[in-house]
Design a protein around this ligand. Structure first.
Ligand SMILES: Cc1cc2nc3c(=O)[nH]c(=O)nc-3n(C[C@H](O)[C@H](O)[C@H](O)COP(=O)(O)O)c2cc1C
Length: 480
């Protein structure tokens, strides 16, 4: 293999590489190779248009290279067994690769009926192993080595059949033989028809495996591929599996360990009557991404969320609320905390009194409808001046005009330490979209600093913000 030497790496980059290598227990060279591999993988994904698996060209801008992902730099052996959800394992491979994880794949014979080893190999950048009795593979790596050279084995999807074989200790193909020989943590992500999942035989097998120390994620409840079928049996979302792998391989890098964070996210719904409400277009994506990044950095996170259609980020405690008043109360209940990040788009007003019955039109009249509104509590301001004020209070300013002017005024009025200002005019696509353009305002005694961030994926905004939070607390500790 050709080797390359990289000259003139600046000291900061070298230090980051050194720390990352130390964290993952490998050399700087190995770490650099993994990072380059991940970057090349992202380029490759941009070129490919795996529309059927949800990938689209141009995904580079939303790819997340996550420096806090605990499994970054680790080796995962992924086993794909023969279920209808096998195609989702492609996304899982991609998500792991872009986080700097080395992924080697075994496919069962049945899995190759659903997706091809060629496609899997193109994504994993490695040979795909399918045959227990392949002389070439056995000499090359060997099935015992396959099991041993991994930090964790994940089976996604895990069929009822493969789990039955595992529970019974069978080893009649490469996947089951490797699983029987493995002495590393095993994570299964089952996926099957609800009738198969609820079958007493499967229930017994899952119980046996759980008692043997095998970890499970899912299955989830929802619609099945079979028309008209729903129930428990869906494969967990790839990002949930990524998070579960991260948690199992989490060694220690938790710079915010011991700190408590309160997050608010999403819109609020202010009822007009039992069926109508005042709301806004906030999707909750930015707040959820920050909650997730804080949790990955080790903070104990309480996420107070308005009504959104997003799964609870792993490792985060979530309280769901509807109205601004409920959100205010939930924030009060969550105090004391060290960090508060108020991302929710809280409605400024609510109706004075929500009607008990659905408000009816008056037949024959075209009179304008008048709603009487009153102001909601100001959650950020209350925290900024609270007697239990968190050490670091961060707010968001969503504006459609005079962004900096309004954000500066907000920073002062609310008593916040930092304000992340973003332009949410319709044409920016920020509300509900996947990208954000941030200006970070902070006060240092005499003047307000404004830091402009380039447009980036909301996940990357979250990582960058958490980086700053970490530096903030590290500097504080040094100063004490
Ligand atoms: C179209 C189709 C879809 C299937 N989907 C699933 C599934 O989602 N989960 C499952 O446990 N088995 C499913 N099966 C059955 C498995 O493919 C079968 O049990 C096979 O023997 C599993 O082999 P493996 O465990 O070695 O991969 C499906 C079969 C077919 C034909």
């Amino acid at each position: 293999m050709a080797s390359i030497t990289i000259r003139n790496i600046d000291e900061k980059a070298k230090q980051a590489l050194r720390e990352r290598a130390a964290r993952n227990g490998n050399s700087m060279e190995e770490q650099a190779r993994l990072l380059l591999d991940a970057a090349a993988q992202n380029d490759k994904m941009d070129e490919a248009q795996f529309v059927s698996t949800g990938y689209e060209a141009g995904s580079r801008s939303t790819a997340i290279i996550d420096p806090y992902y605990p499994a970054s730099g680790k080796r995962i052996l992924m086993i794909i067994s023969g279920g209808i959800a096998a195609y989702k394992s492609l996304d899982l491979i991609r998500r792991l690769k872009e986080r700097g994880v080395s992924v080697r794949v075994i496919m069962t014979k049945a899995a190759t009926e659903f997706i091809t080893p060629l496609l899997v190999g193109a994504l994993s950048h490695d040979k795909v192993f399918c045959d227990l009795f392949s002389r070439e593979d056995e000499q090359d790596v060997g099935h015992i080595a396959l099991a041993r050279e991994a930090d964790l084995i994940v089976v996604a999807p895990a069929t009822a059949n493969l789990m039955a074989k595992m529970a019974g200790g069978l080893a009649d193909d490469l996947a089951s033989a490797v699983l029987l020989a493995a002495d590393v943590p095993l994570l299964l992500a089952p996926a099957m028809n609800p009738a198969m999942w609820n079958n007493p035989a499967t229930v017994r097998n899952v119980e046996t495996l759980a008692n043997d120390g095998v970890h499970f994620i899912g299955p989830e409840t929802g619609e099945m591929a079979e028309r008209g079928e729903s129930g428990r049996g869906r494969l967990s979302e790839p990002m949930e599996i990524v998070a579960a792998i991260g948690q199992l391989l989490d060694d220690a890098h938790k710079p915010l360990k011991g700190l408590r964070a309160i997050l608010t996210a999403g819109p609020t719904h202010e009822p007009i009557d039992p069926v109508r409400y005042i709301a806004n277009r906030s999707s909750g994506k930015q707040g959820y991404a920050i909650a997730s990044a804080l949790a990955r950095a080790g903070a104990q996170v309480k996420l107070i969320s308005g009504p959104v259609d997003l799964p609870r980020p792993p490792g985060v405690e979530r309280v769901m609320v509807q109205t601004a008043e409920e959100m205010f109360q939930a924030v009060e209940n969550a105090l004391p905390a060290d960090i508060a990040v108020m991302v929710a788009a809280v409605a400024d007003w609510r109706t004075i009194a929500s009607a008990e019955e659905k408000i009816k039109k008056k037949p024959g009249t075209k009179t304008a409808m008048t709603l009487k509104l009153t102001q909601n509590p100001d959650i950020l301001k209350s925290l900024g001046h609270h007697k239990k004020r968190p050490t670091l209070v961060i707010g968001f300013a969503a504006e459609t005009q005079d962004l900096i002017k309004h954000a500066k005024a907000k920073l002062k009025r609310k008593g916040a330490d930092w304000i992340l200002a973003n332009d949410v005019s319709h044409e920016t696509g920020v509300m509900g979209g996947d990208q954000n353009t941030i200006k970070l305002l902070s006060n240092d005694n005499t003047r307000t600093n404004v830091e402009e961030w380039p447009t980036m994926a909301k996940g990357n905004v979250a990582t960058k913000l958490v980086d700053k939070i970490i530096v903030h607390f590290e500097t504080q500790t040094v100063n004490v």
